[in-house]
Design a protein around this ligand. Structure first.
Ligand code: ADP
Ligand code: MG
Length: 152
């Protein structure tokens, strides 16, 4: 199922992330794609806040993956910058514990194929009026009902 939304500003992007983050759980794999400046890190920050993990969520530019422990007893958030990974094999080499964490991959398209049969892909595009168009595509039973309809 593919869902669309228009996000008018950075605050709304973060807010969308908070709602999504509240509903994520261990085993979830979320992939963010979109050009530089699209709003991937802004959305990631909201997701971290909604999930309740220790921040700050920033672009993981100097490390390939950063683990943010939960502030409660929820799953940690593993934030991956796949832009610096050359191939899916390198992502595989990170040996991430997908079962125990929420894994969030920026620039992950084409890098995560085959890692999980269930993932949520979020594609962000910048419109001429500087709003963002967000396309959500979930695969597997986990996302069969979509993301937007179940509220949050
Ligand atoms: P990315 O991680 O994709 O490179 P960032 O999350 O760093 O992008 O955001 C880039 C810039 O775009 C930020 O300054 C952010 O405030 C701005 N921005 C403007 N409008 C929006 C919007 N609707 N959603 C998200 N970010 C936006
Ligand atoms: Mg970024």
């Amino acid at each position: 199922m593919i869902e669309h939304l228009v996000v008018p500003d950075p605050e709304a992007m973060e807010e969308f992330g908070v709602g999504l983050g509240r509903r994520l759980r261990a085993g979830d794999l979320v992939v963010l794609t979109g050009p530089l400046g699209a709003g991937k890190t802004t959305l990631s920050r909201g997701i971290g806040e909604g999930l309740g993990v220790r921040g700050p969520i920033s672009s993981p530019t100097f490390v390939l993956a950063r683990t943010h422990p939960s502030l409660t007893d929820g799953p940690p958030l593993v934030h991956v910058d796949a832009y610096r990974l050359g191939s899916p094999a390198e992502l595989d080499d990170l040996d991430l514990d997908y079962e125990a964490a929420v894994v969030l991959v920026e620039w992950g398209a084409g890098m995560v194929d085959g890692i999980s049969d269930s993932m949520l892909e979020i594609r962000i595009d910048r419109a001429a009026d500087d709003t963002r168009s967000v396309e959500l595509e979930g695969t597997g039973p986990r996302w069969a009902e979509g993301v937007l309809r179940s509220g949050g």
